[in-house]
Design a protein around this ligand. Sequence first.
Ligand SMILES: [Zn+2]
Length: 142
Amino acid sequence: MVSNTDLSDALAQRLSDSGLRSTPQREVIYNVLLTKRDHPTAEDVFARVKPEMPMISIATVYNCLETLVQCNLVRAVNFERGPTRYCPNLHPHAHFHDEQTGATHDIDLPDSLLGQVKSILPPNFDASSVEIIFRGKARPAA
Ligand SMILES: [Zn+2]
């Protein structure tokens, strides 16, 4: 179990690597993303931060999320037609979008498979990232 102090240290380190300061708002928002990893939208994050920081504005939430994405602590995920969602899982992974519940699940992407996917590109195409999104229905695991 990682303590809160460790988390804010890691956050502060990442931010300072990008020439930024850690702020209470950035800490609380990062914590919210780590606590419930369900790919929340900015509005969801706003609702979760509010009880802890009643004075925070939606604009601040957007700014903080943008900052966390810029320093590579959080991934912004876009499904067509939907608002941007935020994911703190930095390991290579695909997303499974459950069309019935709207839930988004992380699916681990082994390096070997990632290499194979990239290998289909023509040699003059250099991918900086790959996004794989499955859509369908997730049944309860047997
Ligand atoms: Zn994810």
